[in-house]
Design a protein around this ligand. Structure first.
Ligand SMILES: CC(C)(COP(=O)(O)OP(=O)(O)OC[C@H]1O[C@@H](n2cnc3c(N)ncnc32)[C@H](O[C@H]2O[C@H](COP(=O)(O)OP(=O)(O)OP(=O)(O)O)[C@@H](O)[C@H]2O)[C@@H]1O)[C@@H](O)C(=O)NCCC(=O)NCCS
Ligand code: ADE
Length: 284
């Protein structure tokens, strides 16, 4: 629930600063409350194996890997090299959290955006609108979709069982849900003048309403995922963070997700990625 100020993009053209920004957006995601079913600094949502400190430890451990990804992007290295760094980052995450999966989706998606920022951002020059996602699609879509599948990962099982594309499809398509849903909702939330945290809540709920999140499918099946999408869409249709009493209504939604053990981890990752792109790209 902090009013942590968002640092404005000194990151352009500097791998170490891009990595700091990546960690900062992970922390901003964690700061955000209420986020239905998700871990925040207020509570652990639908999780009994992790809390805010677990996410803090994980985010801090990832910083050097994000710097490597930015550098790899600047050198134009192929997906195979990015994957090697990503797998090392996953190992660092597990070491920092005692084996808990906090940020695997974020390592993948945010990692690809950090590498794109390394490739495109030059000092004093912000990438154009949509440029980071377009770069990931143009440069890596084929390798992402043809990449090795981790057969026993819950996400991979959910993708096969429910026939959804999940994190790899979102990245290979240039992050359409981030650009078409997350960023517009963040900007709409800011216009409600309820503050930065409220704008992040608006973006989070819009992402939950739109995304085929394999975490929701894995934990709640199709019925759970439908409940999550429809309840979030109803919050937005009632005015989102522009409505009177929006925080009470969002907290009620949080409790409803927790009662069903639902956790939209993919939407949480995309919220962090939305904040990263918002900081770096020029406004459309
Ligand atoms: C390519 C990989 C991403 C393969 O992963 P997988 O086959 O599992 O694919 P997905 O399920 O599609 O996605 C993995 C994670 O991405 C997040 N996610 C889910 N849906 C979407 C979506 N539609 N769009 C974008 N992102 C999505 C989500 O991550 C978050 O949730 C995790 C925590 O969940 P939790 O509830 O705890 O669930 P589990 O621990 O899984 O089990 P239970 O506790 O419920 O029992 C957390 O990671 C969040 O970040 C999905 O989990 C990729 O992993 C891979 O190949 N990696 C190699 C490295 C690499 O190539 N890197 C590239 C360069 S950096
Ligand atoms: N805040 C959060 N809670 C639960 N899962 C997540 N995955 C990414 N961020 C998360």
């Amino acid at each position: 629930m902090s009013a942590r100020p968002v640092r404005l993009a000194p990151a352009v053209g500097d791998p170490a600063a891009l990595a700091r920004l990546a960690v900062e957006v992970l922390r901003l995601e964690l700061d955000t409350y209420p986020k239905p079913g998700l871990v925040s600094r207020i509570d652990s949502g639908s999780h009994d194996d992790m809390e805010a400190a677990t996410f803090e430890a994980s985010a801090a451990a990832l910083e050097p890997y994000f710097a490597d990804l930015a550098e790899a992007g600047a050198q134009g290295l192929p997906m195979a090299q990015l994957r090697r760094i990503g797998l090392a980052a996953e190992a660092a995450m597990r070491a920092a959290t005692g084996g808990v999966n906090t940020h695997r989706g974020a390592i993948f998606g945010l990692g690809l955006l950090v590498s794109a920022a390394g490739a495109l951002a030059a000092p004093g020059h912000r990438p154009a609108p949509f440029a980071l996602g377009a770069h990931v699609r143009a440069r890596h879509a084929g390798a992402i979709l043809d990449g090795p599948v981790l057969l026993h990962a819950p996400g991979a099982r959910a993708r096969r069982r429910f026939r959804v594309g999940g994190a790899p499809a979102e990245a290979a398509a240039g992050f359409p849900t981030l650009y078409r849903v997350g960023l517009p909702a963040l900007h709409r939330g800011r216009r409600a003048r309820a503050g930065e945290e409220a704008a992040r809540v608006e973006a989070c709920l819009a992402l939950i309403a739109a995304l085929d999140d394999t975490n929701l499918l894995h934990r709640g099946g199709e019925a759970g995922a439908r409940f999550a999408r429809e309840a979030s869409a109803a919050f937005l249709a009632a005015g989102g963070v522009g409505q009177d009493g929006w925080r009470d209504r969002a907290e009620a939604l949080h409790r409803a997700f927790v009662a069903r053990r639902l956790s939209p981890g993919g939407a949480a990752d995309l919220l962090a990625m939305t904040l990263f792109v918002d900081q770096l790209e020029r406004a459309p």
